[in-house]
Design a protein around this ligand. Structure first.
Ligand code: SF4
Ligand code: SF4
Ligand code: FES
Length: 333
């Protein structure tokens, strides 16, 4: 174990712990933007800067290992000014149209700008001119909003093992881009959505189809049917202030009917069909000496991943559609 002092508080941590993690253990919050607990420290944003007592050297808490006897200063006026300047510089390359952003009120940069009282823009604003990339139909890239923290590249390459995103260029010309500057839809992207989940700002987001839905509901010649996957009936409650884990199936069905949806179906029924189909397929493989083991997932990203990266396993994949697709077909028919 290692013993150090953080902002006057003594803390004991295991060897290999970073200064940032040690500070969190001591109950001290150091601001971060590029850091994410799922990912290796990247050290790109500079917001986590700290000082060691008796040294003028600035360290980055997210990527500095804690060492025996360290005396770390996490907050003083100098560090406050440095962090505020970093935020001002970051915002000079980021649009201020927060009201129209999908991440409004959930954006980590916006929260920090409020916390550090950034109310004016002292630096010349220089926004990237690259257009939005909607080529996958699911994941939208908006390079204008990218603050180059590196989380999406790390999660795509390091966690997912996909390598669909990378940094291209050097210095202030660096841009986050699909591999080889191809449209994301032509890259090996499997549409897993992990880059969306990890982006601290609104530079990567899901394709929003709210307006398509509203138009369909308003069309008197259209029958609108919805299906709800099992996780949604719990997950959606949190968006409406319910406790995590609270089941809201009845509320969800009622809200959809009141919105004007004609039919509400449950993907559970599709899941039952999938299990039956997969069961028949498995029996046939066992009886006829087919390729084993039979592998299945109802996640299209997972199937995409096998198709792109493990084509030798394609014959192991069940030919049954996912519960969503089966329920969709049944509903249409
Ligand atoms: S959706 Fe997944 S595979 Fe595609 S770019 Fe994002 S992290 Fe990579
Ligand atoms: S797209 Fe988002 S996660 Fe990726 S580098 Fe830019 S700001 Fe960071
Ligand atoms: S959080 Fe440490 S450099 Fe970004």
């Amino acid at each position: 174990m290692i013993h150090l002092t953080i902002q006057g508080i003594e803390v004991e941590v295991a060897e290999g712990t970073t200064v940032l993690e040690a500070a969190r253990k001591a109950g001290i919050r150091i601001p971060t933007l590029c850091y994410h607990p799922d990912l290796k420290p990247f050290g790109s944003c500079g917001l986590c800067v700290c000082k060691q007592e008796g040294s003028s050297k600035i360290i980055r808490a997210c990527s500095t290992p804690a060492a025996e006897g360290m005396r770390i200063i996490t907050h003083d006026q100098d560090l406050y000014e440095v962090r505020r300047t970093i935020l001002e510089l970051t915002m000079s390359t980021h649009p201020s149209s927060c009201l129209m952003c999908t991440k409004n009120n959930q954006c980590e940069l916006q929260k920090l700008a409020i916390e550090y009282g950034v109310r004016e823009q002292p630096f010349e604003v220089r926004l990237a001119e690259d257009k939005k990339d909607r080529s996958t139909g699911a994941v939208v890239l908006d390079p204008e909003k990218c603050i180059k923290c590196g989380r999406c590249v790390q999660v795509c390459q390091g966690l997912q093992g996909v390598y669909a995103l990378e940094f291209i260029g050097r210095g202030d010309k660096t841009t986050m881009s699909p591999a080889a500057s191809l449209p994301l839809g032509s890259s090996p992207c499997i549409k897993c959505g992990q880059c969306i989940t990890h982006c601290p700002v609104g530079a990567i987001y899901e394709q929003d189809q709210t307006n398509d839905l509203m138009k369909a509901i308003a069309d008197p010649d259209k029958v609108v049917a919805v299906q709800i996957a099992p996780a949604v009936r719990v997950a959606i409650g949190e968006e409406f202030g319910m406790k995590p884990g609270e089941i809201s199936t009845g509320k969800l069905y009622t809200a959809l009917r009141r919105l004007g949806i004609d039919y509400v179906f449950d993907t559970n029924f599709g899941a039952d069909l999938t299990i039956m189909e997969e069961g028949y397929e498995l029996l046939a493989r066992i009886k006829n000496g087919g390729v084993m083991p039979q592998i299945t997932s109802c996640c299209p990203g997972w199937v995409d991943y096998v198709e792109e990266y493990y084509p030798e396993l394609l014959d192991n994949l069940s030919s049954a559609k996912s519960p969503m697709m089966m329920q969709g077909d049944i509903t249409k028919t």
